[in-house]
Design a protein around this ligand. Structure first.
Ligand SMILES: [Zn+2]
Length: 501
């Protein structure tokens, strides 16, 4: 379970005459080096300074945000012979030994491969031996959520009352998989995802120090792709430079990362939003030729449509879109003016459906192209308020027509007569059935359906009028007062519908 001492390692664990990846070379050595984790770092440092270090910690957060690094810094800080304001000196005997993974008092356990009860029993026995050299014996249990329930239960007693010289640090990406009984015995620290700006600022200095050439745009692309994980970002830089040497263009970076560079992405999305299906498909095929994976293109497209919808609704507020470069935000704003908010929602749902289809289908490219055609055929939607006001306009013009032909000011034909004399609130019923027809349970419906309904409503009105003029009225005509009451009934009826809308 203990790490095997490796005498070839010197200083901060760098093997002689061998290339060290950036993520290892730049591993944080002091609390201040933990980029984007200022709160956790400050709290831990204060605990060390005031000598009030808990006996068990739980470090949670997504991968590469600094959990294990923080655990190692804390381990050195509590055991350092010459601590510097709560930070480890990284030079004394204890610090050096821990850095070289040569200390017998620091035991790192990878719970993914030592998850069984027998491993924990061994740990419980070892806990009873006092530290060989250091002040504290520290167990760092990485990927702690991988331990079995029996292992966790076997740990409970030790965790509750460990010997005074023992400390536990659990690190996990999935805290919800840790039993509450364990969590309640630990001091919990949530490590946040590092913001793109903080990460890019740090990587810019790294790139400069390493004499590499990467634009700020390329660095931000790397940061976005790493979703707040510094280790992933450093690994990506290593990968890019081992492919291209000491410099790389933005396009090359995008290609290696398997993401779309802004130029191709915006050209593709513009063609899509303008419903130019041929152009959009040709851009899509070009992306394929350049080796972009269909799933990557789709996930980028979903992200882009979401951002356009947000920019459309919230406006170009840089404070809300800190992760987006200013010139990209400008383009998002221009794109958002091409389509309506409803169309963006429709496109988003088509893409979500496409994602489901692509999971099941072996023909992902075909599915994608069909979805492009589907997006190009989207019709703008008409909202329910517009539909209702359109109906009211038709009825008003019809009423005006009637009053003109009959030359009476006090008697106005109500909508009640349209559907026959059986029910005195048939006007309301008619509106009710119309709402049903037009899909009133949904706030919006397809434009063509509405147009057809409106057309049929007009025809109905047109055919009803001459019939009424010829017939003698089957029941007394409504006075203006009665009519207004019926209208109120209609509105209250519509209001009743609203909760279901
Ligand atoms: Zn030290």
């Amino acid at each position: 379970m203990c790490r095997i001492p490796q005498p070839l390692f010197v200083n901060i664990g760098i093997p002689l005459m061998s290339y060290v990846v950036l993520a290892r070379k730049l591993r944080p050595s002091r609390f201040d080096d933990l980029i984007g984790q200022e709160t956790a770092a400050q709290t831990l440092r204060n605990a060390v300074l005031s000598d009030r270090v808990a006996h068990a910690f739980l470090f949670t957060g997504s991968r590469g945000v600094g959990k294990t690094s923080a655990a190692r810094i804390l381990t050195r800080a509590v055991n350092c012979l010459n601590p510097d304001n709560g930070d480890p000196c990284n030079r004394c005997e204890n610090c050096t030994e821990i850095n070289q993974n040569a200390s017998a008092d620091v035991i790192e356990i990878d719970a993914a491969s030592n998850r069984g009860i027998e491993n924990i029993r061994e740990l419980r026995e070892n806990v009873n031996y006092v530290p060989a050299k250091c002040r504290y014996k520290i167990y760092i249990i990485d990927e702690a959520h991988m331990l079995t329930l029996e292992s966790f239960n076997a740990l409970l007693k030790t965790l509750e009352e460990p010997p005074p010289y023992v400390k536990f640090i659990f690190a996990t990406t999935d805290p919800h998989k840790i039993p509450p009984t364990i969590i309640s015995r630990c001091q919990r620290y949530d490590f946040l995802r590092i913001s793109i700006k903080k990460m890019a600022d740090f990587l810019e200095t790294v790139v400069k120090n390493e004499n590499l050439e990467l634009s700020r745009k390329a660095i931000e692309m790397i940061c976005r792709n790493s979703v707040g994980g510094m280790r992933d970002a450093l690994t990506a830089i290593d990968q890019i430079l081992s492919f291209t040497g000491t410099s790389a263009t933005d396009q090359k970076v995008a290609q290696i990362l398997g993401i779309l560079d802004s130029e191709s992405r915006f050209a593709f999305i513009e063609a899509l939003l303008e419903k130019k299906d041929g152009e959009a498909i040709s851009y899509f095929q070009k992306l394929q030729e350049h080796g972009h994976d269909v799933n990557d293109v789709l996930s980028d497209l979903l992200q882009t449509i979401k951002t356009i919808a947000l920019v459309r609704t919230l406006g170009m507020n840089q404070a809300l879109f800190q992760d987006i470069p200013a010139d990209d935000l400008e383009t998002f704003s221009t794109l958002s003016k091409i389509v309506s908010a409803d169309e963006l929602q429709q496109i988003f749902h088509i893409l979500l459906e496409l994602e489901e289809q692509m999971k099941r289908s072996a023909h992902t490219k075909i599915c994608f192209e069909m979805a492009i055609l589907q997006i190009a055929s989207i019709e703008p939607l008409i909202g329910l308020p517009e539909i209702i006001s359109e109906i009211q306009n038709i009825r008003k013009s019809k009423s005006a027509g009637n009053s003109n032909t009959e030359n009476t000011d006090s008697v106005i034909e109500g909508p009640a007569e349209l559907s026959g004399p059986e029910k005195d609130n048939s006007g309301a019923n008619q509106q009710h059935s119309f709402l049903k027809m037009s899909g009133a349970h949904k706030p919006l419906t397809d434009a063509t359906v509405i147009k057809n309904i409106l057309k049929s409503d007009k025809t109905e009105l047109a055919t009803a009028e001459p019939a009424k003029l010829n017939e003698s009225s089957p029941e007394p005509k409504m006075t203006e007062k009665q009519h207004s009451v019926t209208n109120q009934d209609n509105y209250s009826h519509v209001d009743e519908e609203k909760p279901y809308v």
